[in-house]
Design a protein around this ligand. Structure first.
Ligand code: ARG
Length: 461
């Protein structure tokens, strides 16, 4: 039965009815819809808007619906318009026409946004837990590779020596910021719009603080028009999810590059790889590619939420019904992507020899070679020029910097002496980068500790 037939006597066109229906999407909020109604009816009883026994019967009816829902046998009426109609009609079947009193001093406009806030609050807690697991998996890889030299890149050209741990920790710190963003978004989400009714509150003597308290909200929304039309919390969450998607996507692109043949820095576990139907030698990083591909969807979903709101006058308009489908898709996607990213990281094999070889062949110590001359009194500009000459010589002879003979060095500058080999030893170059934020093993261990303290992780990851 429709909740709104009121002054309409004509039937809704079948196509229009199907178009209007949102049950397939909003049935996810069944639990929250019932919880919201229970709080609302308890409040109506407390404020003497309903008789005590009326409120009691309605609450009992709703509680039995919760039990059915938990057992998985809540009968869904496929023809119902939305979750609010479904729950009210199911309640009617249980307790009769008294069910109709439940909607006193309420509108679906404050109801739907209450449900959504309650629902998202729980999802955010789950996403936070998954994000923490993902960050832990990055720390785990880092902990095992604080000494694993590899090239750090700029412009995807080998630049200076870093370690795999340093590289992984960069992603871990992105994850930490995302964690803070989620926690922050949750705070603003956790405000109660219930009692704003259609848009202008009600003349009934309701107690909004009471329902907010029963539902575990941190406070009530102060303005009823804002309360029913605000979807900032949807935009904020969509934005954070898109950003997490972008971070995962960047990581995945690196995993794809690193597992390709010219690099071969890592090999992804079979559990996260697929083969080719035609080329027997292939092992494809499909999961990493999909995480990148799905990040495009997350950005699209975020944009849709922004566009939905940008031209919308206050207060409620049915446009807002379109806020949920894309949001729910984003939530599902980010949960899967986080789980799979963590799995890929903890199971991948790291090829340390290849990392080291790439570091040696990448002339990563060329800056240190220039610094060596600077210590001998040469200006950095001249030192840079001389070091570049040495690199040119090495490229001609197909040698790494540590293999070029002292005679060849001295042809470039007599200031070069035997101790230069010590200065350009990659391990030494790394160990000297003790600056805060740098890649020296000691410093990266500090970075790991900072994150572990923030995440309250004791012991190894
Ligand atoms: N299904 C609607 C939504 O998601 C619920 C609110 C309907 N309110 C209304 N006045 N038609 O937005």
């Amino acid at each position: 039965m429709k909740l709104w037939t009121g002054m309409l006597s004509g039937e809704l066109d079948q196509a229009a009815e199907d178009f209007n229906r949102s049950l397939a999407v909003d049935q996810r909020m069944a639990k929250q819809d019932i919880e919201g109604s229970i709080a609302h009816v308890k409040m109506l009883g407390k404020c003497h808007i309903l008789e005590d026994d009326e409120a009691k019967k309605i609450v009992e009816g709703l509680e039995s619906l919760v039990q059915e829902l938990e057992k998985g046998d809540l009968k869904g009426g496929a023809n119902e318009e939305d979750i609010h109609s479904l729950i009210e009609n199911l309640l009617m079947q249980k307790i009769g026409p008294l069910a109709k009193k439940m909607h006193t001093a309420r509108s679906r406009n404050d109801q739907v946004t209450t449900d959504l806030r309650l629902y998202l609050r729980e999802e955010v807690i789950e996403i936070i837990a998954l994000l923490k697991e993902y960050i832990k998996s990055l720390i785990k890889v880092a902990e095992g590779h604080v000494e694993s030299l590899m090239p750090g890149y700029t412009h995807l050209q080998a630049a200076q020596p870093v370690t795999l741990a340093h590289h992984m920790m960069a992603y871990a710190f992105m994850g930490l910021r995302d964690l803070d963003r989620l926690k922050d978004a949750k705070k603003r989400m956790n405000q109660s719009p219930l009692g704003a009714c259609a848009l202008a509150g009600t003349t009934y003597p309701i107690d909004r603080l009471y329902t907010a308290d029963l539902l575990g909200f941190d406070g009530v929304m102060d303005n009823s028009m804002d309360a029913v039309s605000d979807r900032d919390y949807v935009l904020e969450l969509q934005s954070v999810l898109a950003l997490i998607g972008v971070h995962l996507s960047r990581l995945c692109e690196e995993l794809i590059i690193w597992s390709s043949q010219p690099f071969h820095f890592i090999s992804l576990d079979d559990a996260y790889s697929t083969g080719s139907s035609i080329m027997p030698q292939k092992k494809n990083p499909d999961m990493a590619e999909l995480i990148k591909g799905k990040a495009a969807g997350l950005i699209g979903n975020m944009s849709q939420a922004y566009v939905l709101l940008k031209g919308l006058p206050l207060s409620y308009a049915k446009d807002l019904q379109e806020d949920k489908a894309s949001l729910f898709r984003s939530i599902d996607t980010i949960k899967q992507s986080l789980k799979i990213s963590a799995g890929m990281l903890t199971t991948m094999k790291v090829n340390e020899d290849r990392l080291l070889k790439a570091a040696q062949e990448g002339y990563l110590n060329a800056t240190d070679l220039a610094d060596y001359l600077v210590e001998k009194g040469v200006s950095f500009r001249d030192a840079h020029h001389l070091a570049a000459k040495v690199v040119g010589e090495c490229i001609k002879k197909d040698l790494t910097l540590d293999r070029l003979s002292i005679d060849d060095y001295q042809k470039v500058s007599p200031l070069f002496e035997e101790d230069l080999y010590q200065a350009i030893d990659l391990g030494n170059c790394l160990a000297k980068r003790t600056v805060m934020g740098g890649p020296s093993p000691k410093e990266v261990k500090r970075q790991i500790q900072v994150l572990k303290d923030r995440l309250e992780i004791k012991g190894e990851c």
